[in-house]
Design a protein around this ligand. Structure first.
Ligand code: SF4
Length: 250
């Protein structure tokens, strides 16, 4: 079976959610405002860089207009606001600030050569090909020195600690696929942009770190494949779960 980072995290957060989503394949048309905001910001930055690849740069005001256009086009009444003290406009403004700050920081966007956006990858975790992972990289760059950078945009309202970021395994896993593609000798840098905080985490992983992450991931997959009981796990994440109040008994 082919896995993804989000599939593995779903299993680790709540096995019942994993079963409903990936085994029973129950689709509930419900989104949270946080996910929606993230998607709109991602689409805006993708357009911005598409223009850069073609040799043009939109004015900041045009990029913000584009953000509002995506927001209006995609907004629908299935979007849930969990934190009732805030309204839709609160989130819209956060997204606008994310885009604006990013623009101010990286204009004229010529730091690196862009190799791809929303780049799909698939790679093996073991020689036999029993453990396969899929992923999508927000942006893949080549630096002037010829190194590779894997970029990920985050729009969450909590800034993680360095300790937490060092334990993150999404981009380190993607590093495995990128090394396969570009060669073992390439230097790879992992960059997370916490846009709401205008903060960047820039992390490198050694081969030993990667082997450790690979083995941990294989263990999670083995655990998934031998699991027969998928019990619900109540947590603050339930408020953001599409099965909350319907398919889930919790
Ligand atoms: S509501 Fe909570 S316990 Fe139920 S499936 Fe979702 S995450 Fe799991």
């Amino acid at each position: 079976m082919i896995y993804s980072y989000s599939k593995l995290s779903t299993f680790e957060n709540c096995r019942f959610q994993y079963k409903l989503r990936y085994i029973d394949k129950i689709i509930v048309e419900k989104d949270t405002i946080e996910r929606f905001l993230g998607n709109v910001v991602h689409s805006t930055l993708e357009y911005l860089y598409n223009d850069v690849i073609k040799g043009g740069i939109r004015e900041k005001a045009d990029v913000i207009k584009l953000y509002h256009w995506f927001w209006k086009k995609e907004y629908n009444d299935k979007i849930v606001i969990v934190k009732k003290q805030y309204g839709k406009d609160h989130y819209k403004l956060i997204g606008e600030r994310c885009v604006e700050r990013y623009y101010n920081k990286y204009f004229p966007f010529n730091q690196n050569k862009i190799l791809g956006m929303e780049e799909k990858i698939q790679f093996k975790l073991d020689e036999s090909g029993k453990y396969i992972l899929n992923g999508v990289i927000d942006r893949l760059d080549e630096t002037p020195k010829g190194d590779i950078e894997i970029h990920d945009y985050k729009t969450g309202m909590t800034l993680p600690s360095d300790f937490h970021m060092n334990k993150e395994r999404q981009l380190p896993l993607y590093q495995i696929g990128i090394k396969e593609k570009f060669g073992k000798d390439k230097n790879i840098y992992l960059i997370w942009h916490y846009l709401a905080f205008d903060h960047e985490f820039n992390i490198t992983k050694t081969e030993d770190d990667i082997v450790k992450i690979k083995n941990e991931t294989i263990n999670v997959i083995d655990e998934i494949e031998k699991t027969t009981e998928f019990t619900p796990k109540k947590s603050p994440l339930c408020n953001y779960c599409e099965y909350f109040g319907s398919y889930c008994p919790k």
